[in-house]
Design a protein around this ligand. Structure first.
Ligand SMILES: C[S@@+](CC[C@H](N)C(=O)[O-])C[C@H]1O[C@@H](n2cnc3c(N)ncnc32)[C@H](O)[C@@H]1O
Length: 197
């Protein structure tokens, strides 16, 4: 997310809206507020309220305790559209049946020229291969590429894929458990069809 902001939001971000989906401890929200964005942080966990003092000095911050799925469903294309959507390590926790619906809603609501950056989990992740987590979604890099390539909005906007990178590594979870990770990092930009290079 930091790389995407440094590369694509170098100017004054006053008046720009960022969504931090699955905001966790609110460090990304704080970073985005410091960069001048108005931030809407969304997380399903009540515990996130406990981190709100980190950002209490900012007026352009809103915390919504709800699932990403219900947040995007209730946010229509007419509402304040985000210039940036950041979903760091949160989208994999959406159940499979709601995944495409959620992704399409995020993309439909994103502003033209807006950026969507986040991570998905690959099929070789231990939570898929060993634990068969049915409450999560897993993908191949090819499948993610096909999904972004096929997307077209009602206004004929498409996506420019700025980054799509899969990395496998062995590292511990936040609980300290060893795990094989398969992470697909992505950054896409919504563009008018004619602007696609
Ligand atoms: C691994 S943490 C990542 C937190 C933060 N984005 C970061 O990178 O440090 C995942 C976060 O997503 C939240 N989360 C998981 N599934 C969610 C969902 N369906 N809707 C909203 N938040 C969700 C969890 O409560 C948790 O705070």
């Amino acid at each position: 997310m930091v790389r995407a902001v440094e590369k694509y939001f170098q100017g004054d971000n006053q008046g720009k809206i960022a969504w931090d989906l699955g905001a966790g401890v609110l460090d990304d929200s704080k970073y985005l507020l410091d960069k001048g964005f108005s931030v809407v942080a969304v997380d399903s966990s009540e515990a996130v309220r406990g981190y709100a003092p980190k950002v209490s000095e900012y007026t352009d911050f809103e915390l919504k305790i709800e699932t990403i799925q219900s947040f995007v469903l209730l946010t229509s294309e007419k509402d304040n559209k985000p210039d940036l959507v950041s979903a760091q390590l949160s989208l994999p926790f959406i159940t499979n049946d709601l995944f495409v619906f959620t992704m399409e809603h995020i993309l439909d609501t994103l502003k033209t020229e807006g950026i969507f950056t986040g991570q998905l989990f690959g099929k070789k992740d231990d939570w898929n291969t060993l634990y068969h987590r049915e409450d999560m979604n897993f993908h191949t890099k090819e499948g993610v590429t096909a999904f972004f390539t096929k997307y077209i909005s009602r206004n004929s906007e498409t996506l420019e894929i700025l980054l799509l990178n899969e990395e496998e590594k062995d590292a511990v979870t936040v609980e300290g458990e060893p795990k094989h990770w398969d992470i697909i990092d992505f950054t896409v930009k919504k563009v008018k069809k004619t602007n696609l290079k």
